[in-house]
Structures are given as structure tokens and as C-alpha cells.
Design a protein around this ligand. Structure first.
Ligand code: UTP
Length: 291
């Protein structure tokens, strides 16, 4: 396929209230909760970078300033680490440094829903395709999930969303695909519905927090139509694109942890600690005490 615009931009909405994680999220941004030793937002930025993304837009709200601080240069800290000879820690900090001007923030004053959050990024998006990463969906994949999506975008063009199968009785928590053709790894989509009642769900293929979207979605979101839960739903905006542009779901390879949920967050801690040679033996040992 020729003349596909390269995927260089990502929007990361972090303006949600995180009510499922109260009281932890009363004064602390949910996206700053660490899994092992890294905050959720850093995993998402690193995943985007691994997919070739170069420009980042955080949709923030009240109480989220620590996220921006996290990606700033910590000059005094770096100097102290240098003086103390803490090389590994210093390298870790330097590796996460952002290119000047590559991270912008936009304020969503009122959390009116994910679709509204994405619409707030309209100036950043302009006429370009863009990725969306929801940092509370934490991905454990051999090939980073966003890289899998970016590769699929280069194959199909148009919109591509990461999908997974869920048990039928849980479809009412997600955006659900109405399938035109199931080709295995890729699924072409003829409709989308947000949080359908279980008996009305068109499939059990659901959208997770990774997307590659075309800029035209913004004009659909601009109508500010309220959908499920009275919120401006991204799923409804995406559904309006179907028929005018290619729209595919990608069965990504790997695992997702819903870190906006307490049990999902705890499982992520264990799963990520198990990938670390410096931690896995100790974790495996203490877990035996909880059977
Ligand atoms: P969630 O559905 O997890 O909502 O949002 P939430 O408010 O963060 O958490 P709970 O359900 O109250 O516990 C999915 C993603 O969309 C962002 C959130 O920050 C999260 O990354 N979001 C949601 C916004 O940025 N603005 C909104 O108005 C809604």
C-alpha cells in the first residue's frame, strides 16, 4: 500500500478520576501507580516509542501534575546519583529523557468521557493518523502491543484497534466488535457498540486500550453525542468511520492487565516481577505462603 502517512503521534488520556482505585487515587494520579518500580505511564510511553512514535500528547486533569514532572529533567537528582556512583539508576533516568518539545499536555477540564478526552487533542492530531494508549491497560508482550498495531496499520491502512476475546457474560464492560470478516489475526469490522447488554452483544471480541485511528474520528467526536453512561464515547466516534475507511481489529499477541482494577493491578505486579531475574526467585518463594 502506498502513500500511507507514517504513525508518529500518540495521545495518552490520563484525565480519568480513577474511582475504582479510591482512596489511593484521591491525591495520586492512577497513572503514577508503580508496577514493580515503574509508573504505568512510563510503560505506556516506552511502548509507544518502541513503535516509532515521536510525539506525545497527554490529556491531563486536576491532580495529574506529577505525571508531567516524571518526564522532566531531574538535574539535582542526576547529580547526586553521579556523585554517589549510582550508575545503573542514572542510566535508567537518562534513558527515559524526552526529546525537548516532544511531549505536550492538554487539559480536559471535566472528565466527560474518553471520546471527549481524545477530542481535546484535536490541535495535536491535525491531519495525521495517531495512536491512543490507555496507560491503565498494561501490556506484557514479546513484541510491544503498539508495535504490533503499527505493523498492522502499515499492512491494512485505516483504523486498527487491539482486540481480545472475553467470556460472554463480561462483554457489557467493553466496546464490542460487530464482525464483517474474521481472518484470524485481523478482523474486519462492520460495527462497534459500547457496553452492550450481554444478550445484545454482536460478538465477544472486545477493544482494549490500544488504537491506531485516522484523524477524521475527531470531527465525529466534535458532535459531543452522549453514549453509554452519559459519556462522550470514543467507540461511537470510531463506529461513525466504518464504511468510509478501513476498520480492523487485531488479535494482539501477549497479555493485558487492567491496572485500573485492584485485582488486575496486583496480578500485574506478580507477572512483571516474574519477568525480572533479580526478583523472580524471591517472589516465587513468598507466593508459596499464600496458597
Ligand atoms: P476509565 O474507564 O478507566 O476511567 O478510563 P477512570 O476514570 O480512569 O477510572 P474509574 O473507572 O473511575 O476507576 C479509561 C482511560 O480514559 C481516560 C482515563 O484516564 C483512562 O486512561 N479518561 C477517561 C480520560 O482521560 N477522560 C475521561 O473523561 C474519561
Amino acid at each position: 500500500m502506498s502513500a500511507l502517512k507514517p504513525l508518529k503521534k500518540a495521545v495518552l488520556p490520563v484525565a480519568g478520576l480513577g474511582t475504582r482505585f479510591l482512596p489511593a487515587t484521591k491525591a495520586l494520579a492512577k497513572e503514577m501507580l508503580p508496577v514493580v518500580d515503574k509508573p504505568l505511564i512510563q510503560y505506556a510511553i516506552e511502548e509507544a516509542r518502541a513503535a516509532g512514535i515521536e510525539q506525545f500528547c497527554l490529556i491531563t486533569g486536576r491532580g495529574k501534575t506529577s505525571i508531567v514532572e516524571h518526564f522532566d529533567l531531574a538535574f539535582e537528582l542526576e547529580r547526586t546519583l553521579e556523585e554517589r556512583g549510582k550508575k545503573a539508576e542514572l542510566e535508567g533516568l537518562r534513558a527515559m529523557a524526552m526529546e525537548p518539545g516532544s511531549l505536550v499536555t492538554v487539559r480536559q477540564q471535566v472528565p466527560m468521557g474518553l471520546g471527549h478526552a481524545i477530542w481535546c487533542a484535536r490541535s495535536f492530531v491535525g491531519d495525521d493518523p495517531f495512536a491512543i494508549l490507555l496507560p491503565d491497560d498494561l501490556m506484557l508482550c514479546d513484541t510491544p502491543a503498539m508495535k504490533q498495531l503499527a505493523d498492522a496499520y502499515h499492512e491494512t491502512g485505516g483504523n486498527v484497534v487491539a482486540i481480545e476475546e472475553v467470556p460472554r457474560d463480561k462483554v457489557n464492560r467493553y466496546g464490542v466488535l460487530d464482525v464483517a470478516e474474521d481472518k484470524g489475526r485481523l478482523v474486519s469490522v462492520k460495527g462497534l457498540v459500547e457496553k452492550p447488554p450481554v444478550e445484545k452483544a454482536p460478538s465477544n471480541l472486545t477493544i482494549i486500550g490500544r488504537y491506531v485511528l485516522m484523524p477524521e474520528v475527531i470531527s465525529h467526536l466534535a458532535r459531543m453525542e452522549r453514549g453509554a453512561g452519559g459519556e462522550v464515547q470514543l467507540t461511537d466516534g470510531m463506529a461513525s468511520l466504518i464504511g468510509t475507511q478501513p476498520f480492523h481489529g487485531l488479535r494482539y499477541e501477549g497479555r493485558r492487565f487492567d491496572c485500573g482494577d485492584k485485582a488486575g493491578f496486583l496480578e500485574a505486579q506478580i507477572a512483571f516481577a516474574m519477568t525480572r531475574p533479580d526478583m523472580a526467585p524471591a517472589v516465587r518463594e513468598f507466593l508459596q505462603r499464600y496458597r
